[in-house]
Design a protein around this ligand. Structure first.
Ligand SMILES: [Mn+2]
Length: 333
């Protein structure tokens, strides 16, 4: 029985194509403090009151000052370290009976989160809800950019997608890639059919081929507008009804780029803030949800001061409240 939320902070930005995602968590803290100060409410009632007890995953962002040696998997040597440490943190947290709430910089470390969940519960069937403008299903064989935040789901599925390759890997890249896919437990962490994408709208042909291969459902933002967040959340959980546990990965670029440009790869025609909040709250209410993550806030790209982090914080706060009330989590730790 889970008794408390444990915040896990992964201030890594080496897998993104633009710099600044490691500052996203501090932007969230600023949003939290500003909200309390603006409303003249005590910070103790808000999320970061006990944030100083969070678990901090070591990062290697300093390697960004060195030349990248792996064009089709940029900084893969560093990502292996971050992913391994994230896996360990999530695994340890679950084994202590705590609920891992992961706040990360770029989305690249999320394969480590998935690996950690699966390492803690190797015999349970895992479902993943990926709320994201992107499918993040590239591999070094198929990537046009080499940015590894577009690869966590391929890593989790142990998928090279060589049928749609456009790149030829050198031996070192291949060796690191094989290690990445085997962090935590060996091989695939879940079935492709047990991934549901929400708000996917910037999906490349190689990724679409994998989605077709696995029969992966993508609920578009348009479907969320039309049917409502509650209905889409219900259908998502119905698809995952054979799964024993669910991990929710919320990339803020799932929201419409008109709201804020404060993320590495903003895309138009996305979710509203209210829809993103209602979806995450609905998933937080599910007893199957055992881990929740938010990623890709980049305040250096924000065109409206700190608006992305302020919106993201409102979603984080609502999700945390739903987790506490529906999982009987006694407090934030
Ligand atoms: Mn993503």
């Amino acid at each position: 029985m889970v008794s408390k939320i444990k915040v896990i902070e992964v201030k890594s930005e080496i897998a993104a194509g633009t710099r600044g995602a490691s500052l996203g968590i501090d932007a969230l803290k600023t949003a939290c403090l500003n909200k309390a100060s603006k409303n003249n409410t005590p910070v103790s009632k808000t999320f970061f009151a006990t944030y100083n007890q969070c678990l901090t995953v070591p990062t290697v962002n300093e390697i960004l000052f060195q030349d990248n040696k792996y064009p089709f998997a940029k900084h893969i040597d560093g990502l292996l370290k971050v992913q391994t440490a994230t896996c360990q943190a999530v695994n340890d947290t679950l084994k202590q009976g705590l609920f891992p709430l992961v706040l990360a910089g770029d989305h690249g470390s999320a394969a480590g989160t998935i690996a950690g969940v699966k390492q803690a519960y190797p015999n349970k069937r895992l479902g993943v809800i990926w709320i994201d403008a992107h499918a993040d299903l590239h591999s070094p064989y198929t990537t046009p950019s080499g940015n590894m935040h577009g690869m966590p789901l391929a890593i989790a599925l142990n998928e090279n997608n060589e049928a749609h390759r456009i790149n030829t890997l050198d031996a070192a890249t291949n060796e690191y890639w094989e290690q990445l896919k085997n962090v935590g437990i060996k091989g695939a962490k879940l079935k492709g059919e047990d991934i549901v994408l929400i708000a996917g709208r910037d999906i490349e042909a190689q990724e679409q081929a994998l989605m077709d291969k696995y029969g992966m459902r993508n609920f578009t933002a348009e479907e969320v507008h039309t049917q409502g967040a509650e209905a889409i959340a219900k259908q998502t959980l119905d698809i995952l009804s054979d799964c024993d546990m669910v991990y929710v990965s919320f990339d803020v670029d799932s929201m419409d780029s008109a709201i804020s440009a404060g993320t590495g790869t903003p895309v138009p025609n996305g979710l509203t803030v209210a829809e993103a909040r209602d979806l995450n709250v609905a998933f937080a209410r599910s007893s199957k949800t055992i881990c929740w993550e938010m990623v890709e806030i980049n305040p250096t790209l924000d065109d409206k001061v700190n608006l992305m982090a302020e919106n993201a914080f409102s979603i984080l706060e609502a999700t945390t409240e739903a987790l506490v009330s529906h999982h009987r989590l006694v407090e934030v730790s």
